[in-house]
Each structure stands twice: as structure tokens, then as C-alpha cells.
Design a protein around this ligand. Structure first.
Ligand code: NAD
Length: 288
């Protein structure tokens, strides 16, 4: 039976640490860290994520403002808003909730955010700093995964970390983080064209699934005793639930849990860590 990695508890510990650090910051006479959140349109998932971020910020003493715009806003108008936030010395962090409507180029908007305020760590300058090991903002989900490992005392040095998924928000930045000095994993990144994915996955001491397919990782893909980190969030039909579905990860939890050494549940594993890292980044933006 695997040891469960409790992302809710670890994220709660991090929030408490951020809260104490914010308190120390404001007690020294400085203003509270300030996060500007930009939300375009009324996508229910995006609205819900943004509400969660605002609530979590308030709980640790970070001030935040969610600026909401209709999905008819033009790209030029949005870029002007970002420019104003860049120039505003009272704004420490800027977060533009993605995805943006089809007529707006996500990349152009992200690239317009000042790298000094890029708390999502999506700007090319932030990604570049990460890849050459310079200090900077942490990519939320990957850094959350690293903190789950560190705070669960899982050895990363020399460990073979196999990451399934090569997205810009999870797989690639996680590979960069795991390679860093001090973390020192040997990293393999698998994707949809990888040959013998199961064979490679089975070599992993730390197996990370970031694919977006329910139950993709089966027991045959896991080495006994491996640490299994499940990033996936997938809806599967479930008529026993009022809402008609439940959330599951990319790992077939029931089959893998008896084999793994450590495993994250979904929900309650990687998910809660993402906002916790955003709070750490906003504090960093205010104090650097
Ligand atoms: P994405 O769709 O951008 O990337 C998926 C990756 O999986 C791609 O690189 C692709 O090559 C790989 N892939 C797809 N099919 C494959 C296959 N058959 N074999 C091998 N590789 C395959 O997804 P993403 O944004 O990285 O998100 C992945 C999952 O993680 C999603 O379920 C998403 O909801 C979830 N997610 C969770 C959090 C969190 O906070 N817990 C954060 C980000 C993403």
C-alpha cells in the first residue's frame, strides 16, 4: 500500500507560511502584496479558478483585484490594460486567466506582462530564467509538484523522473525544475509519439502523469515502490453524483496504489498546490 501524499495539507502549510511572511512584511510598515487578476469572458471554469485565487490571496493577507472584461474586448484594449498594470507601482503581480477568446492571441498578451510581475511564470523571460537555473518566479504546477516531493522527503537526487506530457505549463517546466542543481533528477519526458512508453514509465523512480486522459497510467507502467504524481484532472460520468460526473486523474489509482511507494490522490494531490505556489510568487514579487 502506497503512502498518500496529502496535497491539501502541504498546500495549507505553505499558505500558513506565506501568511506569516506577509504579516512580517506589513508589520515592517510596507503595504500588502497586491495581485491583479484579469478575467475575460464568463467561462464558468475560469471564473471559478479566479474566485479561488482571490479567496486564497485574501486568506493570507495578499490584496487582489479581479478585473473582469466582456469577451468582446479587443486585443489592443487588453494590451493597454496590461501596460497600465505594468506601470502601476502598487501592483506586484499580474495574472491573466487563460484561455482568452479566440480573437485574442494568448502569447502576445502573456509576452506583454512585465517579467518582474509575471507570477504565472509564462513569460519567455521567466521560462528562460528557469531553464538556465536563474532565480525567478516558479511555474505554479511544476513547482507545486517539486514541493510535494521535498516536503514528503522523497529523494530526487539521481532519481529517474519520467514525465508523461510535454506541455508548456506542466511537462516542460517540470523537466527543467527536476534537472536543477539541488534537485538533480535524471529526467525523461514522454509524449504521444514516444515508443514503448510503458517500458520507459516502468523505469521511473518518480513517475509524473500530465496527459489529460483518465486512467492512462496502469499498474503495468509502474515500478514497485515508485512515487506516482498524478497531475490530470478529468471528468468521468458518474450517475451516483448529483452533478453527474466525478473528477479522476491520469492514473488508475485503485490499480496503481497497491504497487506504488507514494502516490497523490485526485482531487487533493497536485491541484491544491498550484494556488499555494501562486501565493508564494506574489509574495516574492512584492519583496524582491
Ligand atoms: P496538454 O493537453 O497541454 O498536454 C498533454 C500532453 O500529454 C501533451 O504533451 C501530449 O504529448 C501528451 N499526450 C497526449 N496523449 C498522449 C498519449 N496517448 N501518450 C503519451 N502522451 C500523450 O495538457 P496539460 O495542460 O499539460 O494538462 C495535462 C493534465 O493536467 C490535464 O488533465 C489538466 O487538466 C491537468 N492539469 C492539472 C493542473 C493542476 O493544478 N492539478 C494544472 C495543469 C494541468
Amino acid at each position: 500500500m502506497a503512502t498518500l501524499i496529502d496535497g491539501r495539507q502541504i498546500a495549507s502549510d505553505i499558505r500558513e507560511e506565506v501568511k506569516q511572511a506577509v504579516l512580517a512584511h506589513t508589520s515592517s510598515g510596507k503595504r500588502a502584496p497586491y495581485l491583479a487578476v484579469v478575467l475575460v469572458g464568463d467561462d464558468p471554469a475560469s471564473s471559478s479558478y479566479v474566485r479561488g485565487k482571490a479567496k486564497a490571496s485574501a486568506e493570507v493577507g495578499i490584496e487582489s483585484d479581479t478585473m473582469t472584461f466582456p469577451d468582446t474586448i479587443s486585443e489592443a484594449e487588453l494590451l493597454e490594460i496590461v501596460a497600465r498594470l505594468n506601470d502601476d507601482d502598487n501592483v506586484d503581480g499580474i495574472l491573466v486567466q487563460l484561455p482568452l477568446p479566440a480573437h485574442i492571441d494568448d502569447t502576445r498578451v502573456i509576452n506583454a506582462i512585465s517579467p518582474d510581475k509575471d507570477v504565472d511564470c509564462f513569460h519567455p523571460a521567466s521560462v528562460g530564467r528557469l531553464s538556465i537555473g536563474l532565480d525567478g518566479f516558479a511555474p505554479a504546477t511544476p513547482a507545486g509538484i517539486v514541493q510535494l516531493l521535498e516536503r514528503s522527503d522523497i529523494e530526487t537526487s539521481g532519481a529517474h523522473c519520467v514525465i508523461i506530457g510535454r506541455s508548456n505549463i506542466v511537462g516542460k517546466p517540470l523537466a527543467n525544475l527536476m534537472l536543477r542543481k539541488g534537485i538533480d533528477a535524471t529526467v525523461t519526458v514522454c509524449h504521444s509519439r514516444t515508443r514503448d512508453l510503458a517500458g520507459i514509465a516502468r523505469q521511473a523512480d518518480i513517475l509524473v502523469a500530465a496527459i489529460g486522459r483518465a486512467h492512462f497510467v496502469t499498474a503495468e507502467m509502474v515500478k514497485p515502490g515508485a512515487t506516482v504524481i498524478d497531475v490530470g484532472i478529468n471528468r468521468v460520468d458518474d450517475s451516483t453524483r448529483d452533478r453527474g460526473y466525478r473528477l479522476v486523474g491520469d492514473v488508475d489509482f485503485d490499480a496503481v496504489e497497491p504497487i506504488a511507494g507514494h502516490i497523490t490522490p485526485v482531487p487533493g494531490g497536485v491541484g491544491p498546490m498550484t494556488i499555494a505556489v501562486l501565493l508564494q510568487n506574489t509574495l516574492k514579487a512584492a519583496t524582491m
